[in-house]
Design a protein around this ligand. Structure first.
Ligand SMILES: [Zn+2]
Length: 273
């Protein structure tokens, strides 16, 4: 059996002060013992040592007006000489001036290949009317969109958090939505959305120290739409542990390697220039 290429589709290499501030929330407020250091070079070295070949770095805008600078920082990180290949992610907030222009600049000028919407940290709904041109654009360009659903700023979900995402997928059937954390701890609802909408994906990123639970039969059926992720550096779970969790599903080798990296590579390769 060949060794699967591992792509971590859920990493946050956030710039300077913001990166430090987010980290403090996990360490000082949450009291978590994080598995990775803060420094980007050191995080990438540790991931490379665990067999990760490439990562998607996902910035997220907690308020209007910050997405452009986050997106430029993300592009600079992707251009830096790091131990893993870094795919630049972009973000946008519905309160930004001309949200679709923010996304276009990131993709067309700065080479972003994935968009992140953090609904709970940014306190917005994916159905916000200001985002309609963004959804139209991602349908046209096949830009994958990782969505962290929900409304609670601490990222803890409630039962109906995924409903707006289900409706977004219905209105924008070509959008390559990636449900972050497989909607944890509502994985069953996320799986039902994947079953309803053929372009919806989900990442298997743990939530700080809780592994996402998808039954093996569901993972086998949806293996071409599940993505590997860690949330590094702000996670207690290492990439090696996350990988073992995927391998423990006992899927056929093709399915395991699709989840570990093939699906992420395909989504990026399909983005229109
Ligand atoms: Zn995350």
């Amino acid at each position: 059996m060949s060794v699967a290429e591992v792509v971590d589709s859920h990493v946050h290499l956030l710039p300077g002060r913001l990166g430090a501030k987010v980290r403090t929330i996990f360490t000082d407020v949450g009291g978590y013992d994080l598995a990775y250091p803060a420094d980007h070079a050191a995080v990438c070295e540790q991931l490379a040592a665990e067999g990760v070949a490439a990562v998607w770095t996902l910035p997220y805008a907690h308020r209007p007006g910050v997405a452009d600078s986050l997106n430029r920082a993300s592009a600079a990180t992707a251009a830096a000489d790091l131990a893993v290949q870094v795919v630049a992610g972009a973000t946008v907030h519905p309160g930004d001036d001309d949200p679709v222009m923010v996304v276009r600049r990131a993709v067309e000028d700065d080479g972003a290949r994935v968009l992140k919407l953090h609904c709970s940290v940014g306190r917005f709904d994916p159905l916000d009317p200001a985002l309609v041109p963004v959804w139209d654009y991602v349908e046209e360009t096949r830009l994958p969109v990782v969505v962290h659903a929900g409304r609670s700023p601490d990222g803890v979900g409630s039962g109906d958090d995924l409903l707006p995402l289900d409706e977004t997928a219905r209105r924008h059937p070509a959008a390559r939505i990636v449900i972050a954390h497989c909607g944890h701890d509502h994985e069953t609802d996320a799986v039902a959305i994947l079953d309803r909408h053929p372009n919806v994906h989900a990442d298997l990123t743990p939530v700080v120290n809780r592994l996402v639970q998808v039954p093996a039969a569901d993972a086998a059926r949806l293996a071409d739409r599940l993505l590997f992720g860690t949330d590094a550096p702000n996670t207690e779970v290492t990439a090696a542990r996350c990988r073992a969790h995927v391998e423990a599903l006992g899927l056929v080798p093709e399915a395991t390697s699709a989840i570990l990296g093939g699906n992420a590579r395909r989504l990026v390769a399909e983005v229109a220039d």
